[in-house]
Design a protein around this ligand. Structure first.
Ligand code: SAM
Length: 290
């Protein structure tokens, strides 16, 4: 089977199977070998690795992964792609294709069974309509993991990497940085895909922290606070926390916690670092809800 990462071979296989693109599955297939090579390099794939690929499409990146990894598991939702994958991956004995919605997969169980519970690497050109649920679902599942190397919308990559003071800084930046260190490895223009998406894309590597950079006594409270402060971006942090449906602290408790943390009363959430959010959540966690 010829490698797929170019327009000619991609069109040939699509025609052979009369494949019809499904917009609802976010199908934009890579047709650029340089980008594929960059992804493999950014993911630092070696013959030791078990790789989970989300959404293999016609198997373009899967072929590269199979060449470089020990074992690849590729999870594809669209059953019309399964016969194509059987064809394009026929030459590899280290690839398993699973026809499933990745959001329904019990990842810790898969990793326990397939990789003896040892950390895996996730690589994906993600369907953009469910980027955040996929990433957060993987982190929150606490599956043993080295890194996620993923193609996402450029704007989403910028948000994941942003810090305080940037217009892109928000709840996604903090959620991702709580679990991992982000690094944008490449910007990818629409003409590297078939069909072309309407937005620019970027490859971002999220290297899982061995230990979280902050100590939050109540992780759920920390995330509720982060969501509350960015839900109402123009409001002060105190007002954001007071107005939140997810939090039940009184006005006095919130103001006193902000003061105790040493922040100005009118501080905005967007000015706080992850460490400062954790500090404030630890103060609130000690207070009993009125
Ligand atoms: N990896 C291929 C490539 O780079 O050419 C295809 C990438 S395409 C952007 C996204 C792929 O994810 C599609 O094949 C799509 O059918 C699949 N997909 C969409 N939603 C999915 C889900 N919930 N679970 C698994 N695969 C999904």
């Amino acid at each position: 089977m010829a490698t797929l990462g170019n327009p000619r071979n991609t069109i040939e296989i699509l025609n052979k199977y009369k494949f019809v693109f499904q917009k609802k599955f976010g199908q934009n297939f890579l047709i650029d070998t340089h980008v594929l090579e960059k992804i493999i390099r950014a993911a630092d794939i070696t013959k030791e690795d078990f790789v989970l690929e989300i959404g293999p499409g016609i198997g373009t990146m899967t072929q590269y992964l199979a060449e470089n990894a020990r074992e690849v598991m590729a999870v594809e939702i669209d059953r019309n792609l399964i016969p194509i994958l059987e064809d394009t991956l026929a030459g590899y004995d280290n690839v398993t294709v699973v026809n499933e919605d990745v959001l329904k997969l019990d990842l810790p169980e898969v990793v326990q069974k397939e990789n003896a519970g040892k950390p895996i690497k996730v690589v994906a050109n993600l369907p953009y309509y469910i980027t955040t649920p996929i990433i957060m679902g993987i982190f929150e599942s606490h599956v043993p993991l080295y890194s996620l190397t993923i193609m996402v919308q450029k704007e989403v990559a910028d948000r994941m990497q942003a810090g305080p003071g940037s217009k892109d800084y928000g709840a996604l930046s903090l959620a991702v940085q709580y679990y991992a260190k982000p690094y944008i490895a490449a910007n990818v223009p629409p003409n590297c895909f078939m069909p072309r998406p309407n937005v620019g894309s970027a490859v971002i590597r999220l290297t899982k922290h061995e230990k979280s950079p902050v100590e939050a006594t109540d992780e759920k409270l920390l995330f509720r606070m982060i969501r509350a402060s960015f839900n109402q971006r123009r409001k002060t942090l105190a007002n954001g926390l007071k107005n939140s449906q997810e939090l039940s602290y009184s006005k006095e408790q919130i103001e006193s916690a902000i003061e105790k943390a040493g922040f100005p009363p009118a501080v905005r959430g967007e000015a706080l670092t992850l460490q400062q959010f954790a500090q404030l959540s630890n103060i609130l966690a000690e207070m009993t809800i009125d």
